[in-house]
Design a protein around this ligand. Structure first.
Ligand code: C2E
Ligand code: MG
Ligand code: MG
Ligand code: MG
Length: 268
């Protein structure tokens, strides 16, 4: 599907293949068109060093520029992509865009984090595509980072583990997203090649009103540091949260205090 984007001929192929897949719903057809017509775009949210608010990287977040409904957030269409069997196509699209974006950043110390779902892994396509793009653009290892949620790891089989190991061995750090919300995070920290964790924003949001949220954030940070992992806190909206998290060992952070996700074509 992704390869068919662009030309008029390609578009015809996309419509044909979605019909042969037996997809009757308008939305599935709309999704195929969205990929073919470049309506799926990637925005970038800054990630900062909490000690000085300096931008160290970005998280890539997909959006759908829907011709009628405007800019749609992933919550409204990711499960449709999954149902339509288009997760692999989405992963390839995002990987390609992100590598181009990283190659265009002047500051070569900055990195970009890419979200990956379990169903994007497992067929070997994602790691292969990403690693091919990285070497094609001659990027330094570590400038592309992969984020996986704990819940997607619950379903992880040997093939996903293999793909994670392949990425990690090639120098692509793996981060555990939404850290603290999964069912069994500790065994994953032990068994998988995890380079860092992203504190789920539900803990950040609780600071300072909910003392338990703050304590859990502190304990999770201590655990991650004990394991020599990178620590990134999500959803920072207030200075007080940034200060608390930094004081309690969270090295990096992201959130509306520093900036929301923006299109990558803004000059930097
Ligand atoms: P995530 O990876 O945990 O991303 C964090 C979400 O929090 C993003 O929502 C971001 O826009 C939002 N956010 C950032 N800072 C703040 C803040 O200060 N306050 C609040 N309230 N929210 C903040 P978004 O962009 O809607 O993405 C939702 C989820 O969709 C992501 O959660 C990620 O799991 C998934 N996702 C996004 N892009 C992709 C993608 O390209 N591929 C896959 N497989 N999943 C993606
Ligand atoms: Mg993420
Ligand atoms: Mg998260
Ligand atoms: Mg985030």
């Amino acid at each position: 599907l992704y390869r068919a984007k662009g030309s008029g001929r390609g578009r015809t192929e996309v419509y044909e293949s979605s019909m042969t897949m037996g997809s009757s719903s308008d939305l599935h057809r709309e999704l195929a068109a969205a990929i073919a017509e470049d309506q799926l775009v990637v925005h970038y949210q800054p990630i900062v060093d909490l000690s000085d608010a300096r931008v160290v990287g970005y998280e890539a977040l997909v959006r759908w520029e829907h011709p009628q409904r405007g800019l749609l957030l992933p919550a409204s269409f990711l499960s449709l992509i999954q149902e339509a069997g288009m997760s692999v196509a989405l992963g390839q699209l995002v990987a390609t865009r992100v590598v181009e974006f990283v190659a265009s950043i002047h500051d070569r110390t900055r990195w970009v984090s890419v979200n990956v779902s379990a169903d994007q892994l497992g067929d070997g396509e994602f790691a292969t595509t990403l690693l091919a793009e990285i070497s094609r653009h001659r990027l330094t290892a570590g400038r592309i980072v992969v984020e996986l949620t704990e819940s997607s790891l619950v379903a992880s089989g040997t093939r996903i583990r293999h793909e994670l190991t392949q990425l990690s061995a090639a120098g692509v750090p793996i981060l555990l997203d939404d850290f603290g919300t999964g069912v069994s995070p500790l065994s994953y920290l032990r068994d998988l090649p995890v380079a860092g964790v992203k504190l789920d924003m539900s803990f950040t949001s609780g600071i300072p009103e909910d003392p338990t949220a703050g304590k859990v954030a502190r304990a999770l940070g201590a655990l991650a540091r004990e394991l020599a992992m990178v620590t990134i806190a999500e959803g920072i909206e207030h200075e007080e949260q940034a200060e608390y998290l930094h004081r309690n060992g969270w090295r990096y952070g992201q959130g509306w205090l520093y900036g929301s996700a923006q299109p990558g074509d803004i000059s930097r």
